[in-house]
Write a protein that binds this ligand. Structure first.
Ligand SMILES: [Zn+2]
Length: 316
């Protein structure tokens, strides 16, 4: 059981209001507006209040990103199981009220960065305004009111800007400018890795680097040679000997740092909110540490499980 949130997430606010994706892949983003400016009121409605059948994958207000329903699960955001199963949903704070329902530039820019981040993590090579079918290599962006049968003005003043929004995200994706990614501080050692691109096969990569599939499989500890994914980094034998990455010194016994393997002492997050009991039985890796706030996840990069207090961790 995984709970994946973007590395850009500032705060994790788990909710019981979620369902299975029913085997569907993420191919789209659905944009919503809060119809309000109050973060606490929105969190109450979408996260806490079990009488309101409404939840969301992410909330955005200026440069704040709150993750609520983990990406593996369907959030109850758009009034359609079929649409929400195939999408990551975003609720965006208004910066004013009716009738304009404006959004701040900071909120819009954070939304664009999050859309680029989703496209990159799901191996999409293009972002467009429109709904994308299962299996598409393009990420679709639509507004709530474009979900058939939705009778809503949501996402208010963002609706006429959706084509611009998708085009801007697409340009950012194409330019390769990375949004901040605090979960991935170490660039790969130049010349020793190859990043898988669309259309690659292991045998084609082996040919490119004058090596064999067997050698790539052994070097990278690949379990299924038929399954490589776009964006995956592979060690390749170069003309020079492979320079092993600098060994990270093991943390001093008793101290916890980024990269430490840890267990949680109690199932609560940084803000004191309850986490699922199963987190107690897992070993996590510390991905980020700022003061007494540690972000832990199942591996060194990418997926994040929760932000917790440093004092809630024991070296595993
Ligand atoms: Zn909406």
């Amino acid at each position: 059981m995984m709970a994946t949130f973007s590395p850009r997430t500032d705060q994790i606010l788990l909710t019981s209001k979620q369902s299975s994706r029913n085997g569907k892949q993420v191919n789209n983003v659905i944009v919503h507006g809060w119809a309000g400016t109050s973060r606490s009121a929105t969190i109450y409605t979408l996260v806490t209040d079990v009488n309101r059948q409404a939840s969301v994958n992410y909330m955005i207000q200026d440069d704040w990103v709150g993750g609520s329903v983990p990406e593996e699960y369907r959030a109850w955001t758009s009034g359609s199981a079929t649409y929400d199963q195939q999408a990551i949903t975003f609720e965006n704070a208004n910066s004013g009220g009716a009738p304009e329902w404006p959004f701040s530039d900071a909120t819009v820019n954070t939304l664009i960065d999050m859309i680029v981040d989703v496209a990159r993590r799901y191996g999409k090579n293009r972002i467009v305004h429109g709904w994308m079918p299962q299996g598409s290599s393009t990420l679709g962006v639509i507004g709530h009111r474009e979900v058939p049968s939705a009778a809503t003005a949501c996402p208010q003043s963002l609706y006429p800007r959706l084509t611009w929004l998708a085009d801007t995200a697409n340009a950012k994706l194409a330019s390769g400018v990375l949004p901040p990614d605090p979960g991935n501080p170490e660039p790969p050692v130049a010349g020793t890795t190859y990043t898988v691109v669309r259309g690659d096969t292991l045998s084609a990569i082996a040919k490119k680097f004058s090596t064999t599939v067997a050698e790539l499989v052994a070097l990278n500890n690949i379990k299924n040679p038929n399954l490589i994914v776009v964006g995956q980094k592979l060690m390749v034998p170069g003309s020079n000997a492979i320079v092993p990455p600098e060994p990270t010194p093991p943390p001093t016994p008793g101290t916890i740092g980024v990269g430490s393997r840890v267990k949680l002492n109690s199932a609560v997050d940084y803000n004191g909110k309850k986490l699922a009991a199963f987190v107690m039985s897992n070993v996590y890796v510390v991905q980020e540490l700022r003061g007494d706030r540690a972000v832990v996840g199942p591996q060194r990069t990418g997926a994040v499980t929760a932000a917790v207090k440093l004092s809630n961790l024991t070296a595993a």
